[in-house]
Design a protein around this ligand. Structure first.
Ligand code: ADP
Length: 526
């Protein structure tokens, strides 16, 4: 029984207009038409405005309708962070179709599975990726977006579609619960799984991204999402920027630290968002870049080490704001902001290095029975996967999502992730958090990166094995690292096996790929 049918309940008397992505587009068009958008491409820099982008999104939506794309049809993208990608973010859901952003870094086999599973009818691809993208069966149209000089046989031309379309096209009324976008998790376990966002969840997510104490985008901001638009909707930043009227700075394929640092300086970026690896890379640049315009960096996707948060404060005067989420949570689910009364000492740093407190509308709990797995629920959290029951166990019978992350609660409800359930090391019956140990190792000034994996051990069951990347020119050895750790962790946490490696292997979205490390270890290649 719904609440307003309950005996005695008094109905509220407010309008029930649906929450739709269309409203984000129309707001940007009506209020921020002249606000600038910048996109770097393989061959240059493009500039546009929200007014132009939404007008073109209307033309695109009308051209897609002419091609027979209708409600619920999946329209895929295979592209960098670009202005055209933003046009698709607005056009496709607003016309009632479903935007499916393909991760360009996935293996071909996974891509084929995903495109087939989602039943994509069309794919928009960047010309600079024309040589990379495979041909997919069942896809009726490919559309080439001209970010570089390249052709692709049989593909339609993006600009031609737009010029054919009706710029006055009206986006239709839709049910707010209908699908707006589909994203597949990057599949660190098993096959990729589809998460289907609704218009309602996308709009609510956009609102909660823009809380002052979450990511808080404003009109005067220039926002650089380094996080790809093909990975969990770039953490929702394109929609959040359009809702706030922020200038968007889209880096295209130029993602090396030096190009990003130049872009930040040239476009006076105030908020930049990306995984820790990006910020580690920028901090290494010689000479040190100027990040003077930057008011804060949003860092998530994997744990932001406390040492990096300190380094950015000390070296650049730029606060790193640590956030957590997953594809299943739209993704933003928690943000670490220090509450009043903590000052800026060690205690504040310790809190900032946690994953923080949940964003509005999200509930969380920690399941003690499963070793401390974090569970969440809320209107921006998936309740099942797209046509896939293999992971039904991810959802509890009382309606929570099992995150696969192991958490402790610090201070007042700060979530501190200590591991992923599958990465914990169980030594002598006690748990060792690989993440915590990595952070302690990375706090050594000679260490650039470290990943800890479990190795089988006759006596203890499992022991931690550390794979460590030294900073250039550093001479740290096993003994030196163990002596350092002895002051920071319990004795039984100190790894017997330490391998110095050139680089920690990364997944398609820049996270430590422990699967690869485990395989290398098993093959004696470390
Ligand atoms: P995948 O599971 O395929 O990597 P996601 O990109 O959705 O897919 O990643 C979600 C996971 O990334 C989380 O469950 C968590 O393990 C990790 N993660 C995200 N943000 C953080 C963070 N700030 N600290 C630690 N881990 C994080």
């Amino acid at each position: 029984m719904s609440a307003d049918n309950e005996a005695g309940a008094m109905p509220g008397l407010m309008m029930r207009t649906p929450l739709l992505i269309r409203q984000i587009a129309e707001r940007a068009e009506g209020l921020f038409a002249g606000r600038e958008l910048v996109g770097v491409t393989a061959v240059g820099v493009e500039r546009s405005t929200y007014g132009r982008v939404v007008e073109r999104a209307r033309a695109l939506a009308s051209a897609l309708s002419e091609l027979g794309i209708g409600r619920g049809d999946r329209v895929a993208t295979f592209g960098w962070n670009s202005i055209r990608h933003l046009e698709l973010y607005l056009a496709v859901p607003s016309m009632g179709a479903v935007l499916h952003t393909l991760n360009i870094r996935l293996f071909e086999d996974d891509l084929r599975y995903i495109v087939g599973h989602a039943e994509d009818r069309m794919i928009f691809l960047d010309a600079s990726l024309a040589q990379v993208m495979p041909r997919f069966e069942g896809v009726e149209h490919e559309v080439l977006m001209p970010d570089a000089e390249a052709t692709r046989e049989g593909a339609l031309d993006y600009e031609e579609l737009i010029s054919r379309g009706d710029r006055g096209f009206e986006f239709p009324e839709l049910d707010e619960d209908s699908a707006a976008a589909i994203c597949f998790t990057s599949g660190t376990t098993g096959r990729p799984k589809g998460v289907v966002y609704s218009h309602r969840s996308a709009v609510l997510h956009t609102l909660l991204v823009n809380q002052a104490d979450t990511l808080g985008l404003r009109e005067h901001d220039a926002v650089l999402p380094v996080v790809p638009m093909f990975h969990v909707n770039a953490w929702g930043i394109p929609y959040a920027a359009a809702m706030a009227g922020s200038k968007l700075v889209l880096p295209g394929p130029k993602l090396d630290p030096a190009s990003l640092a130049q872009l930040i300086e040239r476009e006076r970026v105030t908020i930049a968002a990306g995984v820790p690896t990006i910020w580690q890379g920028i901090a290494q640049l010689q000479p040190a870049p100027s990040l003077r315009s930057v008011e804060r960096i949003i860092c998530g996707g994997s744990a932001a080490p406390e040492s990096m948060i300190r380094l950015y404060d000390e070296q650049f005067g730029v606060p790193i704001v640590h956030a957590w989420g997953m594809t299943e949570t739209s993704p933003l689910a928690s943000v670490s902001r220090v509450p009043p009364g903590f000052g800026d000492g060690d205690e504040a740093y310790a809190l900032r290095a946690t994953q923080g407190r949940v964003v509005p509308l999200i509930d969380f709990r920690v399941d003690a029975d499963s070793g401390g797995e974090l569970e969440v629920r809320g209107p921006t959290v998936a309740r099942s996967y797209f046509r896939d029951d293999s992971e039904a166990g991810k959802f509890t019978s009382d309606g929570w999502l099992r995150t696969g992350d192991v958490a402790e609660i610090a201070g007042d409800a700060f979530i501190k992730l200590v591991d992923r359930t599958k990465d914990l090391v169980k030594s002598g019956g006690e748990w060792i958090s690989s993440v915590q140990l990595e952070n302690e190792i990375m706090a050594h000034p000679d260490v650039l990166e470290a990943a800890v994996i479990a190795v089988a051990d006759e006596r203890w069951g499992e022991r931690p094995c550390a794979c460590v990347v030294r900073r250039e020119g550093a001479t740290l050895d096993d003994e030196g690292l163990r002596a350092f750790l002895a002051d920071h962790v319990a004795r039984w946490w100190i790894p017997e096996q330490i391998h110095f490696i050139v680089e920690v292997p990364k997944t398609s979205v820049g996270k430590f790929d422990k699967k690869v490390l485990r395989a290398q270890l098993a093959e004696g290649k470390l």
